[in-house]
Design a protein around this ligand. Structure first.
Ligand code: LLP
Length: 438
C-alpha cells in the first residue's frame, strides 16, 4: 500500500513527503495518492495477466474500472502501465479521452446509457460497449446505424453468482438491476438479438459478480458459466465469441487484517479455470478481460484529516468511547455509512506514548451515521489540531464524494519522489455558490 513511514520526529511521510507539509500546503481534508504505488499495482495486473494467459491463445486485457477514481493523470498512468480503461458514464469517458487514452482501449458500461453517451463512445471508437438490457441492443444498434458505424459489444450476463466480503452464493441474486439472466433466458435472447443486428459486432459475454471479494471461488464458477454459454452458442450457431470478461471486484485490506489475493494469484487462478473449462468444453480459449478498480487505486490512497472536537462518551456498560471529530466525514468517505466498511486511523503528525483508548472517528455532518472509522484505538491525548491519516481510501472515496451540508469536496494530491502535485483541486465555497443561480 501507499509507502507510509514514520520519521524520527514521529511525523508520517508518504511518497517521501511529511504529511504535515502536505496538510499545510493543501489544507485538510486531503486525499493523497502515492503515484509509485498506484502505478506498481496497475503494472502488476498487466504483467500478471499477460504472463498467466500468454499460452492461452486469446491472451488477456486488464481494464481499470474508472469508477473507483478517475482523473486525467490517473488515466494516463494506468494506461502507460499497460491497462485499458473501463468507464460507466459520459463523464468517465470524457476524462479517459481527455487523458489521450485511445478509444479502442476504452470500454463503456452502464445499465441506463443515454443516446448521447452511446454516440460519444462510438464516435471515440471505443473498444466495446457492454450491453445491459434487451432494450439496449436496439438502442445501440440504432445509434450505430445513424452514425454509419459498427458497434463492438459485449452482453452482461448474470450468472447467478454473487460474491462480496468472504462469502459467495451460487444461486439467486437475479433480483437486481444489472445484467441479463442466464438461467431466465434473457441473456440468450439478448445474444440472439445482437447476432441479428448487422450494426453490432458481438465480441462476447461479460459478468461482474461483486466487489471487495477475497475468495476467488466465485470468479471460477462465473467463468465456467460464461465459457459454457459460449461453447453452447458456438455449437448451435457455428460462431465462437472471441472474448469473455470476468469483471472486477478483487478485495483489498482496509485495516491490515486480511491478505487479499495478489494480481499474480488472481491471474493464475483465472487462467487455470479458463484452461480447464475450455479443455472440458472442447473450445479454444477466448481472450479474457477483467476490470479491477479498487485493487489498483484503493491501497495507494489515504485521507488526511485535522482533528477538531474530541468528546468522551460513556457507554451503557460503563466503558468510554472517545468521539474524535474531523474536518470531513461522510461527504468525503460515504463507505462507512453506506456499507459499514471498516477503516483504521493513525495519529499522523506526532508520536504519542499516551495509553490507547477506544475511539470513533466521526465527521462534521449533521447526521449521527456520519462515521469515518467505527472502531479504532487512539492515544487518549488526541486533541484539536492533530492530524489523522486514514489509509486505503484511494478507491470510492473522492469518486463517491458529495457536497452534503454544502461542504466543498477535498482535493486529490499525488506524491512521488518527495514531490507533490495536485490532480484534482479542492473545491471552494465559490465553486458551490457559482452553481446557485439565486
Ligand atoms: N466492473 C464492473 C462492471 C463493476 O460494476 C465494478 C464495480 C467494477 C468493475 C470494479 O469493481 P472493483 O474492482 O472496484 O471492486 N462503490 C462501492 C463498490 C461498488 C462497485 C460497483 N461496481 C464501494 O465503495 O465499495
Amino acid at each position: 500500500s501507499a509507502t507510509v513511514r514514520r520519521g524520527a520526529d514521529g511525523v508520517l511521510a508518504v511518497g517521501g513527503l511529511p504529511v504535515t507539509a502536505l496538510a499545510e500546503r493543501y489544507g485538510t481534508p486531503l486525499y493523497v495518492l502515492d503515484e509509485a504505488d498506484l502505478r506498481a499495482r496497475a503494472r502488476a495486473f498487466a504483467d500478471a495477466f499477460g504472463e498467466a494467459f500468454a499460452d492461452l491463445g486469446g491472451g488477456a486485457d486488464v481494464y481499470y474500472a474508472g469508477k473507483a477514481f478517475l482523473s486525467v493523470a490517473v488515466a494516463r498512468w494506468v494506461h502507460a502501465e499497460g491497462l485499458r480503461i473501463d468507464t460507466t458514464t459520459g463523464g468517465e469517458l470524457a476524462v479517459a479521452l481527455r487523458a489521450g487514452v485511445p478509444g479502442e482501449a476504452i470500454g463503456l458500461h452502464g445499465n441506463n446509457k443515454s443516446d448521447a453517451e452511446i454516440e460519444r463512445a462510438l464516435r471515440a471508437g471505443v473498444g466495446r460497449i457492454v450491453l445491459d438490457s434487451l432494450a439496449e441492443v436496439e438502442q445501440v444498434a440504432a445509434v450505430a446505424a445513424r452514425l454509419g458505424v459498427r458497434a463492438p459489444v459485449m452482453v452482461r450476463v448474470t450468472t447467478g453468482v454473487h460474491a462480496g466480503g468472504h462469502e459467495f452464493i451460487s444461486t439467486a441474486h437475479e433480483d437486481q438491476k444489472f445484467g441479463l439472466s442466464l438461467a431466465g433466458g434473457a441473456a440468450r435472447a439478448a445474444l440472439d438479438a445482437v447476432a441479428a443486428r448487422p450494426e453490432l459486432d458481438l465480441l462476447g459475454v461479460h459478468s461482474h459478480i461483486g466487489s471487495q471479494i477475497l475468495d476467488l471461488a466465485g470468479f471460477e464458477v462465473a467463468a465456467r458459466a460464461l465459457l459454457a454459454l459460449r461453447a453452447e452458442i458456438a455449437e448451435q450457431t457455428g460462431r465462437l465469441m472471441p472474448e469473455v470478461d470476468l469483471g472486477g471486484g478483487y478485495g483489498i485490506s482496509y485495516t491490515g487484517d486480511v491478505a487479499p489475493p495478489t494480481p499474480h494469484e488472481v491471474a493464475h487462478a483465472l487462467a487455470d479455470v479458463v484452461r480447464r473449462a475450455c479443455a472440458d468444453l472442447g473450445t479454444p480459449p477466448p481472450r479474457i478481460s477483467v476490470e479491477p478498480g479498487r485493487a489498483v487505486v484503493g491501497p495507494a490512497g489515504l485521507t488526511l484529516y485535522r482533528v477538531g472536537t474530541v468528546k468522551p462518551v460513556r457507554l451503557d456498560d460503563g466503558a468510554q468511547r472517545r468521539y474524535v471529530s474531523v474536518d470531513g466525514g461522510m461527504s468525503d468517505n460515504i463507505r462507512t455509512a453506506l456499507y459499514d466498511a471498516e477503516y483504521t486511523a493513525a495519529l499522523a503528525d506526532h508520536r504519542s506514548t499516551a495509553p490507547l483508548v477506544p475511539a470513533r472517528v466521526v465527521g462534521k455532518h449533521c447526521e449521527s451515521g456520519d462515521v469515518v472509522v467505527r472502531d479504532v484505538a487512539l492515544p487518549n491525548d488526541v486533541a484539536r489540531g492533530d492530524l489523522l491519516a486514514v489509509p486505503a481510501t484511494g478507491a470510492y472515496g473522492r469518486s463517491m464524494a458529495s457536497n452534503y451540508n454544502l461542504v466543498p469536496r477535498p482535493g486529490v494530491v499525488a506524491v512521488a519522489d518527495g514531490q507533490a502535485r495536485v490532480l484534482v483541486r479542492r473545491e471552494t465555497e465559490e465553486d458551490l455558490l457559482a452553481l446557485d443561480e439565486g
